[in-house]
Design a protein around this ligand. Structure first.
Ligand SMILES: Nc1nc2c(c(=O)[nH]1)N[C@H]1C(S)=C(S)[C@@H](COP(=O)(O)OP(=O)(O)OC[C@H]3O[C@@H](n4cnc5c(=O)[nH]c(N)nc54)[C@H](O)[C@@H]3O)O[C@H]1N2
Ligand SMILES: Nc1nc2c(c(=O)[nH]1)N[C@H]1C(S)=C(S)[C@@H](COP(=O)(O)OP(=O)(O)OC[C@H]3O[C@@H](n4cnc5c(=O)[nH]c(N)nc54)[C@H](O)[C@@H]3O)O[C@H]1N2
Ligand SMILES: [Mo]
Length: 763
């Protein structure tokens, strides 16, 4: 089989677009209907209801949908799920199977011609599978064989740094801890993870300014906030349970400001699906909507802070928290001096918002004391993404809105254990203190050189500096930028290994040899030597808690991720002093080692058994900023994006539809944006369309422009939409091929998937 026979991207075919009225509110009855449709179709109704009743219950399993926390206290039956969480569960508990017979009758090249939606619907993988060199068909193999092949490939590399070990963010603490231990005993820090493409910019910006790369708020803070600002986030689709927290803020008299290029339905209004009395009326959520241009956030925040400073200068102490600034922060004067260099007139055009509206928001901010700022990918995936985050911190510091009840930072994480994986040491840039401890507990010499992150890993494989790729979950080819380049990188490898639940495109874009290692999902029972095990995860607010599967595993050939790591390590590391196979007999022994290694996990095994789990230490929450360089919370100097567009150029953001989980496409509808049964669309401003002579449903090609290079994707339908001028939106992964690998954030190296310069060409 030749690489030319393989499709690296979804087919350029339309699926039959339909439109529906954009709803005024999110959730409500339609969400419940959609939940039950997905559950019934994939799982069957009776089993499906049983499953829903276990999601996010204290004795149940952690929803793989997102990292939004569960209430510490009350959790009613069937309460802690949402439409999209239920879809995530339905995907995992699906009746459909990808068996050895399926692989014998479907070649890799044939499967690659399908859309991601079709590939995903094929279902769960049941057996370990091997693709031999030159073959177009995966064949069944044994676990022993698979582990042996991995061992031989890894051990024949001239240097351990020629292997790459990716992690997606669903992996449990126990599996992640063993995985990084295996990789470091093997001898490398090449541990890129999905976080590199996600909240890396938040981690970098927050660590520098506040001394911790995680958010500071707890769920209860939403009950006490005067104001919640939601920036660059679409919670109605991606974190639906967050809407309940926003509703609580409103109930207690707080206000909400939304900052987004799109008037996302879930942010504007909400019907609580768990409160039938509100199914019809709904709650208004957003009080002030600032429809910012893509990447206009630093300019907007600067205008707000200039207005606040004006007011403060007229009446000292009326707006800023002077005590807090004096006692707890550093570099205030430098910050103010720099702010004075900017003029509202220069900044305003970059925001696309009227000054009156910004004044209204500034007035609200001036008059409130307890502010929470929430954000997600709309801020982290830009060239100046770290500036975005630090500028948010500046605003919070001026207001003293950190380290107190009802106030603080809230980067809303994506994958359900992405934060926990980092805590466990899945990081290409580990701190020395962590490695020192690891060496002591496990008696080996840990590698000290920093490893590859996602972007550098792709580069290394492309340059043939890395030859083995192992993916612990995720879908590397479809999640990463620059699809064609990344495909070449993966195809350069000698061996690619994917540890997966479901079939995806990364099984089809492979190295010379490839393995698929099928693993248990969250919802399934995990039995080891000492009996049934549970795992633990950390949510977006630093609560560590149990996750306990209930369903019978779908095939006797599945292994838990933890057991797969132990199997790989045991086969590969001949001289390891770690008792890999014994450790997985009882996950308590792994947790004991985590406790020995990582601060904050004292009495892990007993505290994780307390219903609801326990909070990890968080210095920013405790109003303690000593871990920073200055020992205080740091003001910082940040710049507006400064992006310039030539005539007929547009900025494109690649976003999620309502019916997808990252690269897993649940369905073809984006109900909250009124677009049904089609993903190959580009949302455009109507005036821009008129100037370009484009009409609704015109077919266009999209060309991205970066440092003289161009990249093209074909056949997209133009949709007029309420979006600022010169801004456009498309769905990922269909347009990832347009995102240049080197179009990335400063410092955090996160692909700038929300600021892609494009031109639009009618075909
Ligand atoms: N159902 C479902 N849930 C999910 C996921 C999923 O795919 N499906 N993915 C999970 C993961 S891994 C993550 S990281 C999160 C992602 O959650 P989100 O970050 O909400 O996801 P995106 O669709 O990327 O949405 C980005 C939002 O930012 C806005 N935006 C884009 N550019 C800018 C900008 O320059 N400024 C501002 N202010 N706004 C901007 C967009 O209009 C959009 O509303 O969700 C998690 N939860
Ligand atoms: N253009 C563009 N690109 C983006 C983004 C964007 O906004 N725009 N967002 C980025 C973000 S925020 C993220 S987080 C990444 C996501 O990147 P990834 O995490 O790599 O991608 P996912 O689509 O979440 O991975 C889905 C696959 O994970 C496997 N899987 C599911 N559950 C499990 C499990 O329990 N165990 C194991 N071992 N495997 C499992 C299934 O086989 C499934 O096919 O994508 C990034 N890419
Ligand atoms: Mo993410």
């Amino acid at each position: 089989m030749k690489n030319e026979d393989i499709n690296t991207q979804p087919p350029e075919e339309f699926t039959g677009i339909k439109f529906t009225k954009i709803p005024k509110t999110a959730a409500g009855i339609k969400a419940i209907k959609s939940t039950f449709n997905h559950i019934t179709e994939e799982v069957g109704l009776v089993k499906g209801i049983g499953l829903l009743s276990k999601i996010n219950q204290k004795e149940g399993f952690d929803c793989p949908g997102c990292a939004w926390p569960d209430p510490d206290e009350k959790r009613a039956f069937l309460s802690e799920y949402c439409e999209n969480g239920a879809k995530a569960i339905a995907e995992e508990a699906t009746k459909n199977r990808v068996s050895p017979l399926f692989f014998a009758t479907h070649s890799v090249s044939e499967l690659s011609k399908m859309s991601d939606y079709e590939i995903g619907k094929k279902g769960r993988i049941t057996h370990p599978m091997l693709l031999k060199e030159g073959s177009d068909y995966y064949e069944e193999t044994s676990w022993k064989n698979a582990f042996e092949m991995i061992s031989v490939s890894l051990n024949s590399l001239p240097s351990p740094d020629e292997a790459i070990f990716y992690t997606s963010g669903r992996t449990s603490n126990e599996a992640a801890f063993l995985y990084q231990l295996f990789v470091r005993q093997f001898g490398t820090n090449n541990l890129p993870d999905c976080s590199n493409m996600c909240h890396e910019s938040s981690g970098v910006g927050l660590s520098e300014t506040l001394g911790i790369g995680k958010g500071s708020v707890t769920l209860d803070d939403f009950n006490h906030a005067d104001l919640v600002i939601v920036m660059g986030q679409n919670p109605g689709t991606n974190h639906p349970r967050m809407l309940s927290a926003l509703k609580d803020t409103k109930k207690n008299g707080g206000k909400i400001i939304a900052i987004n290029p799109l008037p996302e339905v879930g942010l504007m209004n909400f019907k609580d699906p768990q409160n039938p009395l509100k199914w019809f009326s709904g709650d208004k959520l957003t009080d002030i909507f600032l429809q910012v241009k893509i990447n206009g956030d630093v300019a907007l925040l600067k205008i707000i802070m200039i207005l606040l400073l004006d007011k403060e200068n007229k009446d000292k102490g009326s707006v800023f928290d002077i005590e807090f600034i004096k006692n707890k922060t550093a570099d205030y004067d430098t910050f103010i001096k720099n702010l004075n260099n900017y003029s509202i007139e220069d900044l305003l055009p970059q925001t696309g918002i009227s000054l009156d509206q910004i004044k209204e928001a500034a007035e609200l901010i001036a008059n409130t004391k307890k502010i929470i700022i929430c954000w997600a990918m709309g801020l982290t995936q830009h060239k100046n993404a770290v500036d975005n985050i630090r500028e948010i911190v500046n605003l919070l510091l001026l207001k003293g809105s950190i380290g107190k009840k009802g106030a603080g930072t809230c980067p809303v994480r994506g994958h359900s254990n992405v934060q926990g994986d980092r805590t466990m040491g899945i990081w290409e840039k580990p701190k020395d203190a962590f490695l020192d401890k690891l060496e002591k507990v496990f008696q080996f010499n840990a590698p000290r050189n920093h490893g590859y992150d996602v972007v550098n890993a792709i580069e290394a494989m492309h340059q043939k500096k890395a030859k083995v790729f192992i993916g612990m979950g995720g879908n590397f080819i479809s999640a990463t930028p620059d699809t064609e380049f990344t495909a070449e990188a993966l195809q350069n490898c000698d061996l690619t290994v994917q540890i997966s639940t479901k079939l995806n495109r990364s099984h089809l874009i492979h190295g010379k040899k490839a393995l698929i290692l099928p693993c248990l999902g969250r919802s399934e029972v995990d039995v080891q030597k000492t009996g049934e095990q549970f795992v633990s995860v950390e949510n977006s607010m630093g609560v560590v808690h149990q996750s306990h599967g209930h369903l019978a595993p779908l095939s006797e050939f599945l292994k838990s991720e933890t057991a797969i790591v132990a199997g790989m390590a045991n086969a590969t590391l001949k001289k390891s002093k770690t008792q890999w196979l014994e450790m997985i007999g009882d996950y308590d022994t792994i947790r004991n080692k985590i406790e020995e290694t990582i601060p904050g996990f004292e009495n892990y095994n007993s505290r994780v058994r307390i219903k609801g789990g326990f909070y990890l230490p968080n210095n920013a929450r405790d109003n303690d900023f000593t871990p920073t360089r200055s020992g205080k919370a740091n003001f910082s100097i940040n710049k507006p994006s400064g992006i310039t567009l030539e005539k007929n150029q547009f900025l494109m953001m690649t976003i999620r539809s309502h019916d997808q989980y990252n690269t897993t496409i649940y369905g073809l509808n984006d109900r909250y944006r009124g677009i049904l049964n089609e993903r190959r669309v580009i949302l455009m401003n109507e005036t821009d369309m008129a100037e370009m002579n484009l009409k609704k449903l015109d077919v266009v090609d999209l060309v991205s422009h970066f440092k003289g290079e161009t990249r093209t994707v074909h056949k997209f339908l133009v949709i007029p939409y309420n979006i600022p001028k010169q801004c456009t939106a498309t769905y990922f992964p269909e347009t990832n091929a347009l995102v240049p690998l080197h179009n990335k954030a400063d410092i955090s190296n996160t692909p700038a998937s929300k600021t892609v310069k494009i031109t639009i060409h009618k075909v």
